[in-house]
Design a binder for this molecule. Structure first.
Ligand SMILES: NC(=O)c1ccc[n+]([C@@H]2O[C@H](COP(=O)([O-])OP(=O)(O)OC[C@H]3O[C@@H](n4cnc5c(N)ncnc54)[C@H](OP(=O)(O)O)[C@@H]3O)[C@@H](O)[C@H]2O)c1
Length: 266
């Protein structure tokens, strides 16, 4: 079996280690400094250690899941062990060229998953360095598919991806909360309000993905002349919901670029 090592077993890293270990298709190593915080991973068969070099040495694929400002420091620690290996970095803001500068003979994939990977429903966008072979990319895709859905994107667009699908769960959670508040306002029980709002978001997304219908078509399927839905849509449009979302993503993209500049100009 192939060995995957996760360095930085925090929120994202430990979820990746857990999913890969549970799949039974990978030997999984994982590291962080405070390993007592993720002891439960051992029960799933994850080889847990505080030694990043041990993880790098024993793995064919290294998943780097530390915070962006730690990436270079960790890479410098393991660089002599990365020749010919695949490094998947899920860190925001750190470009492939900086990873290659420290690990020139590694094959680098830069990925932006989202927190929905906790339930294997991540949208993971990725870019690859020119040295990654089709076979290596296929191997990486096997990992990404365990986490949800994956799609390649030009690295130039990674800040925009970070702002849309990376931050996206926070926007959608806000929408679910807003819908649940609305349910409370019209007298629905609390648990019912949250659950029905969440399932409505989930079901609509599933309908779009599986039917291929454009969102405007899905809307048309629900809108009846002089009915209830158009009454609600009128107020959503009046409040500028689309421009609010567009402004939010545009601002988040600007911020992602600022953070990347501050980190990489050092
Ligand atoms: N959270 C998201 O929604 C999200 C989405 C997409 C991408 N990302 C990216 O994923 C990365 C991790 O984010 P996160 O939210 O999972 O952060 P996190 O929970 O803070 O995880 C980072 C982990 O790195 C460990 N760490 C720190 N220094 C280390 C070192 N020298 N060697 C080994 N491990 C070390 C920390 O544990 P110890 O202190 O015990 O070492 C920590 O648990 C970030 O780069 C972020 O940009 C996050």
């Amino acid at each position: 079996m192939r060995a995957v090592g996760v360095i930085g077993a925090g929120q994202i890293g430990s979820a990746i280690a857990k999913i890969l270990a549970e799949s039974g298709r990978w030997v999984v190593y994982a590291s962080r400094r405070k390993i007592y915080k993720v002891e439960g991973l051992r029960d799933l068969g994850v080889h847990l250690t505080a030694d990043n070099r041990e993880v790098a040495e024993k793995s064919n694929i290294i998943v780097l899941a530390v915070k962006p400002y730690k990436v270079i420091e960790v890479l410098e620690e393991i660089s002599d062990l990365t020749d010919g290996k695949i490094i998947i970095s899920v860190a925001a803001a750190v470009p492939i060229r900086r990873i290659k500068a420290v690990c020139p003979r590694a094959k680098v994939i830069r990925a932006m998953p989202n927190i929905a990977l906790l339930v294997k429903a991540s949208f993971t966008a990725y870019s690859k360095d020119k040295d990654v072979t089709p076979e290596e990319e296929a191997l990486v895709l096997e990992i990404f598919k365990e986490l949800g859905y994956a799609h390649e994107i030009d690295e130039e667009l990674m800040d925009a991806v970070t702002a849309l699908s990376g931050s996206g769960p926070a926007y959608i959670a806000t929408l679910i909360e807003a819908m649940a508040y609305a349910g409370l306002k019209v007298g629905l029980p609390r648990d019912f309000s949250y659950l029905s709002s969440a399932y409505t978001v989930y079901g609509t997304a599933k309908l779009y993905i599986e039917s291929g219908k454009h969102p405007s078509e899905i809307k048309e399927m629900v809108l009846t002349p002089a009915g209830t839905t158009i009454e609600g849509i009128f107020y959503l449009e009046e409040s500028g919901i689309r421009t609010a979302v567009m402004k939010a993503v545009e601002a988040a993209t600007r911020r992602a670029k600022e953070i990347a500049k501050a980190l990489n100009d050092k």
